[in-house]
Design a protein around this ligand. Sequence first.
Ligand code: F1P
Length: 379
Amino acid sequence: MSNISSDEKATSPPASPDGAFTLEEILSQPTCWDASLQELEDDGGLKTLAHQFSNPQAWIFIGCGSSFYVAQSAAATMTALTGRRALAVPASELMLFPELVLSAEGLCVPVLISRSGRTSEVLKVAGFLRERGIATLGVSCAPGQTLETLVSRAMVLPAADEQSMVMTRSFTSMLMALQVLAATIAGNEEFLAAQRRLPANAEQLLRTLPRRVQDFITTRTFADYVCLGQGALYGIACEMALKLTEMSVSYAQSFHTLEFRHGPKSIVSEETLIAFLFSETGYSEELEVLEEIKKLGGSTLVIANRADSRAHASADLMVELGADGPEAVRLPLYLIAGQLMGLYTGLKKGLDPDKPRNLSRVVVLADEDSSERPEHAAI
Ligand code: F1P
């Protein structure tokens, strides 16, 4: 017998349906991207940042969890647009083996990425670099957090912050912010113009995609998932697998597309959903892998900007983005289908994607000199 009085019942907000926050945040990405791009433009700091960090020998993008996968796609974009060497490392790698990461790089710019601005491993690395007088850039969605006090310059996107545990709009918005920086350094107006059209592309996509993904998930059952991508899409494939894992407690792996032939394809069966993120550069080679996996009986989801009849013939679900502009500008669009896959698969399993099992929103490790309360497992 619950002890809530009728008045309290009348006043306490109805419990939100499972996954409500995450769905709302996924659907809010077009407006959120618009607001974040506008904020970056208005703040005018971008040009100063681009000038301050215009000529390093290399970039090192650093993060944990989803933010590490932002780092992977941001690094690929930075090299694609500026020609500068850029690598992505998990914060723990630089924290435990700094000599393996820093030594070869000479004058490099470390970019620390953290939605919360509070993740212990990222803060430890920021402190380590600060003590060595290395200028750093921080990217976050939470103003006034510890990370901002430890980095030389910061890009903060409050419009992209989220209530949910899992990162969705914060991921795509932080990636876009770093792509704006790369395009500004490169003076690539075509990229910046195409990026400003992305919110409208996403709006168009979201008119039908949630229903199509939900129907696909409702009518099929998968035992495990594989997400494949090459180049800058590899980071997106990793994030897609993490969304399926976090929101639906499913076994999901990610590989470079052509790597899937070298052993992992042994798991293919009708119960395995293989998601292909088709690039333009590697389209024909990736298409051959798709056709091979379809012949082996795998279930397939294909996300491509534009697909030909061969790809359509081998796709159980085809998502065409149909957006113009340079290839790397479309990275955030590719991820939306993966976010929805994780959400609807979790809901189908009777889970609440807003409260993934065993997870906390921020991983704060016990640390004698930190004021932060340890928090790395949902108690
Ligand atoms: C990164 C992160 C998330 C993960 C979980 C725990 O946090 O690992 O990617 O989904 O929420 O935290 P942050 O450093 O970006 O705040």
